[in-house]
Write a protein that binds this ligand. Sequence first.
Ligand SMILES: NC(=O)c1ccc[n+]([C@@H]2O[C@H](COP(=O)([O-])OP(=O)(O)OC[C@H]3O[C@@H](n4cnc5c(N)ncnc54)[C@H](OP(=O)(O)O)[C@@H]3O)[C@@H](O)[C@H]2O)c1
Length: 493
Amino acid sequence: MTEETHAVIILFGGSGDLARRKLYPAMFGLFRRGQLCQHFAVIGTARRPWSDAYYREIVSAAVEDEPGATAGQVAAFASHFYYQSHDVTDAAHYTTLKDLAAKLDDQYAVGGNRLYYMAMAPSFFATIATHLKSEALLTSTGFNRLVIEKPFGHDYASAKELNDSITATFDEHQIYRIDHYLGKEMVQAILALRFANPLFKAVWNKDYIQDIQITLAEAVGVEERAGYYEGAGALRDMVQNHIMQLVAYLTMAEPAAKTAAAIHEVKSAAFEALHVYTPAEAAANFVRGQYAAATINGTRINGYREETGVAADSLTDTFVAGKLGVDSPSFAGVPIYVRTGKRLRRKSTQVTVTFKPTTSGLFAGAAPTNLTLYLEPHQGYSLFINGKQLGTTTALMPEELKYRHDPHAAANAPEAYERLIGSALAGDETDFTRWQEVAAAWHFVDAIAAGWADDPTMPTYPAGSMGPSEAFELLAKDGHQWFWQPTHIRLAD
Ligand SMILES: NC(=O)c1ccc[n+]([C@@H]2O[C@H](COP(=O)([O-])OP(=O)(O)OC[C@H]3O[C@@H](n4cnc5c(N)ncnc54)[C@H](OP(=O)(O)O)[C@@H]3O)[C@@H](O)[C@H]2O)c1
């Protein structure tokens, strides 16, 4: 039975896309599981002048199609929502917000617990944190926690500036930085895979692992997000956060306990062990690309520079591939190949660990063993082993052992945002990113970006391919190749 959390949630950006698509359904999930029950209220804020009644219609519309939702549940849930028209840059508005929060605190008997959720453009994060302090919104009873969306800065300097401004109001343990990948089922499953199976635990090191590959492939293009994406690109949008977090989970030592403190201790050490490249190393180990127009099944797909809101001479990377190294005793020398991009052949997030082939004995030269974790859209594992061909032969053949979570059961498991908001309400910091991790990831990414800053060349790849030829050459020069090379295009995902 889930324990109920008592809290007033103040949501900055209550009318926004993230709130409607992710946050209201996530809170509804928590409501149906009982973590949010009687003693909670949500104050949605944004500038537009909505009434409570209209806001509740918006919230209801965002959740009514959730599987199994009843009209009664939706109405009961929406009755906890209140709207406050609020410009985050206007100090006077915080007084009204403070009074409403105090009133709802009494009405719902939440004991001063507050969750402040910044679901707005990052340029407002510091302003909000500063005003929460100057206008004295934080309570002296109960908890005060800040949930902050990505992107956390544009580079190390801006991330540090943002961090300094929010830590003037909240201490590190009150800050819940969201990387929604950490709420995903199969990311959370990495701990179990690595540390609950002596089979893998024994070989999860440089003596046995040949290489690790991480692919975060998107089939869609930039869609309506050019305004944000032009200033970010794949390196900042995907590598600095999601990919770096996966690298840490895959290379960190075993935590001493299943606690947030113990997990963050080993995770921070993994980030510290990342080898930060010199400009020459960055140029040799990272490549970028931009999707070019292609005709697929008779349909012309725009190139990135033709997309609405994209400059005709844009140098924004829609694809990145690179090789990372970790300077830890367990992983030194193991290449970690990563790639991510838009308009790739199809959507999939997957990690493949290739174990070194046997070099002596009966089967010297046999194929390496590959373990793949499928994160999305399907969730599961596949392990390729060397089996023996049927019949009177000793010849080998690759055999695949496969497991896939039942799609129905997987769909009913809490979605990433539901887990993360539930954890923030429960005060569990495990699946949020610490400042040292964010800082280390920016140091790494800044070194790559610096190498590209003055380079006017931009390799292209046709929409529906798996990236520019440079991404394949990157592995070929080490004698490796990408494990996942899909042949069928599914751009509709
Ligand atoms: N959307 C996603 O799928 C997604 C995914 C991952 C991360 N994120 C992150 O989540 C955050 C929100 O993204 P979003 O897509 O939801 O943005 P959005 O749709 O543009 O929403 C922005 C919100 O901010 C409000 N707003 C703008 N200026 C304001 C001001 N001066 N005072 C008060 N409210 C103001 C807007 O309402 P008014 O215009 O009425 O003021 C709106 O509610 C961003 O940090 C984004 O990077 C989003």
